[in-house]
Design a protein around this ligand. Structure first.
Ligand SMILES: [Zn+2]
Length: 391
C-alpha cells in the first residue's frame, strides 16, 4: 500500500486513535473488547477508532479466527501492520554511532556501526546523516517509507525542544540536534535521553510490557534510570528525572564529576571502578575489562571495589523502590558484564534499604546491546509518529 502523509494523520487525528494504536502496538494481536478494557474506552469508541486505522493499513485484522460477537461487532483480534512504515534509531556513545532500521513494531531490520574518533557535533552529525542515508536507501529498495528518525544521547536532553542541553560524555552543550538532523535528513526527528529511550522500548516491546510501574537501571559508563509511573515514562518538569547516578550514597565518599561527594556514579560507574582498582592494586590497570579480569582472578582489592559498587547500586535501587513502589526493576547496561561480582552486593543492599513489602519488588537483569539502545531511539520516533508522547 502506498503511503501518503495524509494517511498518517489518521494516527493522531484523535486522542482515542493514538491510544488505541498504542494499545495494539504493545499488546496486539488483541480483540476490540480487550483494547477497550486496557485503554479505558467504550467498545463503540474503539470500533470507531479502529476503522480508519484499518482503512489506511496501519492496523490489520487477523482473519483466521473469524467470528462476530453476539452484538455483531467484529470479534477478530487486530494487530499492527509492522511493515507499513519504518523508522531509524541512532544511539551515540562516546566512541561509536549505532544506527538501526526498524519496522513499526520496532523489530530491527538492519544495523550499522561506525567508530567515532571526533566527538564534536560538526563531526558526529555528518556521520549520523550518512548512516541515515544508507538505511533509507535500504528501506527504499524494499518499497517501505522511513517515517521518522530518533536519536538517543546520554545526559540532559530536552525532547520537547529537540536540544541536547548537556552531555558529559560527548561534551556537548545546548546543541539543537533535532533541528540540525531534520534539515540534513529531511525526516521528522525526535531527540531523547538514551536511558529514557531504552525505557520506552522496554515499556512497549520488552520486559516492561503490561507493567504500570517499573524502573530501568543502567550500569556502565554512567549510572542511569528510566521510570515508568502509571504507564507513562517520566521526564520531569525540567527533563531531568530518575538521575539515580547522583544520589549521594556515601556522603564522605569520592567526589563526582557533578561536583558532589559520594554519588552512586562516583562509586559504581566504570571510571570510578577503574580508579579504585588502580588504587587498591597499585598497578596501572588500563581498562575496565582488565579490572574485571583482576577481580575474577580473585584479587581481594579488586573484588572489594566491585562489592562496594554493587552495594551503592543496591542502595540506590532501594531508594527508587521506596519512592514509587514499582512492580519490577530491570537492571541493564554494559556494566552487566561484571554482574557476577555485583550481584550479591546489589541484592543485600537492596533488601536492607527497601522498606517492608517493597523488598518483594522483582529485580531482573537483562543484557541489552547498544543496538537495543538504538532501537530505543527508534521507539521514541515511533512514539512521536503516533502522537503518544503528547497525550
Ligand atoms: Zn554526582
Amino acid at each position: 500500500m502506498h503511503t501518503t502523509p495524509a494517511d498518517d494523520l489518521v494516527l493522531t487525528a484523535t486522542p482515542a486513535a493514538s491510544l488505541v494504536f498504542t494499545t495494539v502496538l504493545a499488546h496486539g494481536p488483541i480483540t476490540r473488547s480487550e483494547i477497550a478494557q486496557r485503554a479505558g474506552l467504550s467498545a463503540a469508541a474503539v470500533t470507531k477508532a479502529v476503522r480508519p486505522l484499518m482503512d489506511v493499513g496501519y492496523l490489520v485484522e487477523d482473519l483466521n479466527e473469524g467470528a462476530r460477537s453476539a452484538l455483531g461487532r467484529p470479534a477478530n483480534p487486530v494487530r499492527v501492520n509492522a511493515g507499513r512504515a519504518w523508522f531509524i534509531g541512532v544511539k551515540v556513545t562516546a566512541d561509536e554511532i549505532i544506527a538501526v532500521l526498524t519496522d513499526l513494531r520496532c523489530r530491527v531490520r538492519a544495523a550499522r556501526h561506525v567508530r567515532l574518533t571526533d566527538r564534536e557535533p560538526e563531526a558526529v552529525l555528518p556521520a549520523i546523516t550518512a548512516l541515515v542515508g544508507e538505511l533509507s536507501t535500504e528501506a527504499d529498495g524494499l518499497g517501505v517509507p522511513v517515517r521518522g528518525l530518533g536519536i538517543a544521547v546520554s545526559g540532559d536532553v530536552d525532547r520537547a525542544e529537540g536540544v541536547v542541553r548537556y552531555s558529559p560524555f560527548l561534551e556537548w552543550r545546548d546543541v539543537p540536534l533535532a533541528e540540525i538532523a531534520a534539515t540534513a535528513t529531511g525526516l521528522p526527528v525526535t531527540v531523547d535521553n538514551d536511558v529514557r529511550a531504552l525505557t520506552v522500548a522496554e515499556q512497549w516491546f520488552g520486559a516492561g510490557v503490561g507493567l504500570s510501574d517499573f524502573a530501568l537501571v543502567t550500569v556502565g559508563a554512567g549510572i542511569g534510570c528510566g521510570l515508568v509511573v502509571h504507564g507513562r515514562v517520566v521526564s520531569g518538569t525540567h527533563g531531568v528525572a530518575g538521575e539515580i547516578g547522583h544520589l549521594p550514597i556515601e556522603p564522605l565518599g569520592p567526589q563526582c564529576h557533578c561536583g558532589n561527594y559520594g554519588c552512586v556514579e562516583a562509586i559504581a560507574a566504570d571510571p570510578a571502578i577503574l580508579r579504585d582498582v588502580r588504587e587498591a592494586s597499585g598497578e596501572p590497570v588500563a581498562t575496565v575489562a582488565d579490572a574485571l579480569e583482576m577481580a575474577r582472578r580473585g584479587d581481594p582489592g579488586a573484588r572489594a571495589v566491585y562489592a562496594r559498587a554493587g552495594a551503592a547500586i543496591g542502595r540506590a535501587i532501594g531508594c527508587v523502590v521506596n519512592l514509587f513502589g514499582p512492580d519490577r526493576v530491570i537492571i541493564s547496561g554494559e556494566g552487566l558484564a561484571a554482574y557476577d561480582l555485583f550481584a550479591d552486593g546489589i541484592r543485600e543492599a537492596f533488601v536492607a534499604a527497601a522498606f517492608g513489602t517493597a523488598a518483594q519488588c522483582d529485580l531482573m537483569t537483562r543484557p541489552l546491546s547498544f543496538e537495543e539502545w538504538a532501537r530505543g531511539a527508534a521507539a521514541t520516533s515511533i512514539q512521536s509518529f503516533i502522537g503518544s508522547d503528547t497525550q
